[in-house]
Design a protein around this ligand. Structure first.
Ligand code: 9MR
Length: 390
């Protein structure tokens, strides 16, 4: 019985002019009934994991501005941390030289503050979504190392400074390693050299000494890439930079990553003395060409009907596969819970996932725990069972 029904019945009883001695016990019984049925409602994710790690979600400005009225209460109910999916990226927050545009990111920060949600800053230095002007002078020539470092410092000081005290931790450098484990030959790397990473961490720490600082990447649970990320972390540590955690994005599939490899990677990172954050998790259920496993948004594959098989709904067999996959992944997270401080999902429900548009535009994907109507999927219940050790 819902609270709304209880209120309606009580109002009707009142209208009947019932005696106090009859009205009070009846009202009490109704209240007990309503409370009991409330207990059967869906558990809140953040509550279920409250002794283990934070549970976060990516959030966008469409949601924060209330265009989807269900989104905000849903976020407050289920999550205790948010990451701006796009609003703090360089191209959004610093679109032109000297122009900073904080309004959208500020709305997200305000929402976090009002509702006691841990706000994560995403992202300071990345090869992607960074305008070309960042690397050029006013006549279009490539900047010198010193000039690019100065520009990076200005950006980090301005952005981190703006959110000082509001952002708990920053993805300082994103995706600096290629899938083969070598340094990505981004313009940051080409112009500044390998120590652009060290510099970014130093500037971020100077700008907000209280903020946690993370190195964030995808596929870095795989050994090849992990072997590239570990030296970065060690070098930051040896050179005295603050690094609190390694971010594993977690853009995963039904058949990948290999669970043993994930398990080993979590141990390998923890052995460095850093924490682990799962920063952008979802599990793709659609057939996807293996060359676009990962999260490099420059890569695109051609739309074919056979690669979009569940346009009219996710079959039960796939729901079950997804539920088992989430259960396997959370079993490993629980095993490493002393080293994992947060698990963030990259979207609140299937309808918001970037996986509907990448690596093939126009597909219907089902990678998260809640469906397009905010209803928990079998994957949700399997995650809850795993948390309870059932
Ligand atoms: O989910 C994000 C999508 O809405 C954007 O179009 C895209 C480009 O900015 O970025 C997506 O998020 C990425 C994240 O910022 C970094 N790791 C990979 C994520 C998926 O591409």
């Amino acid at each position: 019985m819902s609270w709304l029904n209880v209120v309606r019945i009580i109002q009707k009883l009142k209208q009947r002019d019932m005696k106090k001695s009859q009205f009070l016990p009846l009202t009490l019984a109704l209240l007990i009934l309503a409370t009991a049925s409330c207990k059967k409602t869906t558990p809140e994710l953040k509550e279920v994991f409250k002794n283990d790690f934070l549970i976060g979600t990516a959030m966008n400005s469409y949601q924060v501005h209330g265009r989807d009225p269900l989104a905000k209460p849903f976020i407050i109910k289920n999550f205790n941390s948010i990451t701006a999916e796009n609003e703090m990226k360089w191209e959004r927050i610093h679109p032109a030289p000297g122009v900073y545009s904080f309004a959208k990111a500020d709305s997200i920060a305000e929402f976090a503050q009002k509702n006691n949600l841990v706000l994560i800053g995403h992202v300071l230095v990345w090869h992607s979504q960074t305008p070309d002007w960042v690397f050029r002078d006013s006549v279009g020539n490539t900047l010198s190392r010193d000039a690019l470092l100065a520009r990076m410092k200005d950006h980090i000081f301005t952005v981190v400074g703006h959110f000082k005290g509001k952002v708990k931790g920053w993805d300082v450098v994103n995706e600096a390693i290629d899938d083969n484990g070598a340094m990505r030959k981004s313009l940051w790397y080409q112009i500044i050299g390998e120590d652009y990473i060290q510099k970014a961490f130093e500037y971020a720490h100077e700008a907000d000494p209280d903020a946690e600082l993370y190195y964030n990447d995808y596929n870095n649970e795989q050994k090849v890439k992990r072997d590239g990320v570990i030296p970065i972390i060690k070098s930051l540590q040896q050179n005295g930079a603050r690094i609190d955690a390694v971010g594993i994005q977690g853009h995963w599939h039904l058949d990948e990553p290999d669970l043993n490899e994930l398990d080993e990677s979590l141990s390998a990172y923890a052995a460095l003395g850093v924490k682990i954050v799962i920063t952008e998790m979802e599990v793709n259920v659609l057939p996807t060409p293996p060359e676009v496993y990962g999260a490099d948004i420059q890569q695109q594959a051609k739309y074919l009907e056979e690669l979009n098989p569940y346009k009219n709904g996710c079959p039960d067999s796939v729901q079950t596969q997804l539920a088992n996959r989430y259960s396997d992944l959370f079993t490993i997270f629980m095993k490493h819970k002393k080293d994992i401080t947060r698990v963030t999902f990259w979207g609140i429900h299937d309808g918001y996932s970037w996986k509907n548009g990448w690596p093939i535009v126009g597909r219907t994907n089902y990678p998260l725990l809640f469906d397009r109507n905010y209803q928990p999927k079998p994957a949700f219940w399997s995650v809850i069972k795993t948390a309870k050790g059932e």
